[in-house]
Design a protein around this ligand. Structure first.
Ligand SMILES: C[S@@+](CC[C@H](N)C(=O)[O-])C[C@H]1O[C@@H](n2cnc3c(N)ncnc32)[C@H](O)[C@@H]1O
Length: 349
């Protein structure tokens, strides 16, 4: 218990006391008190990683992102899995024995690989541009039918967008791409430039970007600790919308700060067991291509009070999702993007 309470940095005594009070409150299950103490600490010193971690635990109960990934592996049984950003293999190690698992990370240090796992110690850009074409034919073919992918690399919007484009072009029908760190804890920890030890970067921008430009995708963000997990299905390997607009998208989103208005655009979904059900329904529906495009386009997460913005359908038919919810307004109508906001229709330009 004492070890658990130990702090990694010798903060001044008053700060140390605030953080330790927060941790004690967490340990006795008093999340409101924990929130209070960690918030107090961060008001004095905005860069205390232990306080950020504590705050996320206080505010965001339920299964964490690794627990959700484990559940996705069990539920989806992917034949081929790709993970960008493997580090020590704590999520890479969640794959099942039958899954061919490909990890990509220039600094990967995985002590024990999955049964059918291999790691490439390069950046994702290097992997897709120069490593993949040199792989044995069977492996190249496998990377053309990815069932589940996890983007957890360098926390930059530009990299995440690149990775999403590269992966989507190689996903199977019904494939699922999962994005980490899409629900920042605060504006301070969600900037493109790293200002804090606890840091999620601006990878969150990919969610409003996808919702604005790719209404054909089904997207939900699980409100999972520490910093959310976005699940994207209904992928279309033939779509070139993002690729064609990549430069314009990066420019349009460059100065967008994280805010409450942006949070409304994350398709946040309560972090409960039930959240998996619409995901699996989407997956099954996309796999079989059973639903018409119009039906699948209008699906979205059950919002459970998180995404309480105005409800307007961007689809002419205004088709309701199975849960009765409709797609939110395009991002530009919500006033989140600057006036030079991007068009939301693919004109093939
Ligand atoms: C947060 S860690 C990944 C953690 C891991 N997925 C887990 O949950 O246990 C991020 C990793 O991304 C890697 N990374 C950074 N830039 C990258 C890039 N361009 N391509 C691939 N991996 C990258 C880093 O080396 C780091 O190990």
């Amino acid at each position: 218990m004492k070890e658990h309470l130990a702090l990694t940095v010798a903060w001044p005594a008053p700060l140390r006391r605030l953080v330790l009070e927060g941790r004690r409150a967490l340990l006795r299950g008093d999340r409101a008190a924990a929130d209070h103490w960690f918030t107090e600490a961060l008001a004095v010193e905005p860069n205390i990683p232990e306080a950020h971690v504590g705050l996320s635990l206080a505010r965001r109960p339920g299964p964490d992102y690794r627990a959700w990934l484990a559940r996705l592996h069990i539920a989806l049984k992917p034949g081929v899995y790709v993970e960008i950003g493997v580090e020590a293999g704590r999520t890479f190690g969640l794959v099942q024995a039958d899954t061919l698992a490909i990890g990509i990370d220039p600094a990967a240090d995985v002590p024990r690989l999955p049964v059918k796992g291999q790691v490439y110690r390069v950046t994702s850009e290097e992997f897709f541009a120069s490593v993949l074409p040199t792989l044995p034919a069977a492996l190249q073919q496998a990377t053309q039918r990815i069932d589940l992918a996890f983007i957890d690399g360098d926390h930059c919007f530009a990299s995440a967008l690149h990775d999403f484009i590269a992966l989507e072009a190689r996903m199977t029908p019904g494939g699922v791409i999962v994005l980490h760190d899409t629900w920042p804890l605060s504006q301070h920890t969600a900037q493109p430039e790293r200002a804090t030890g606890f840091y999620t970067g601006d990878v969150w921008k990919l969610v409003p970007c996808l919702r604005a430009l790719r209404p054909d995708l089904q997207i939900l963000t699980l409100a999972a600790p520490p910093t959310g997990l976005t699940v994207v299905t209904g992928l279309d390997r033939t779509s070139r919308v993002l690729q064609q607009r990549q430069a314009a998208v990066l420019a349009a989103y460059a100065d967008l700060p994280y805010s409450a208005a942006v949070e409304q655009q994350l398709a946040l979904t309560a972090n409960t067991d039930a959240a998996l059900e619409p995901l699996l329904a989407w997956h099954t529906q996309c796999c079989g291509r059973a639903a018409s495009v119009g039906e699948t386009m209008s699906m979205r997460a059950s919002v459970d009070g998180f995404d309480a913005g105005p409800e307007r359908s961007r689809h002419p038919a205004g088709a309701a999702a199975p849960n009765g919810a409709q797609m939110p307004p395009p991002l530009d109508q919500a006033g989140v993007l600057p006036s030079r906001s991007l068009p939301t229709q693919d004109t093939g330009s």
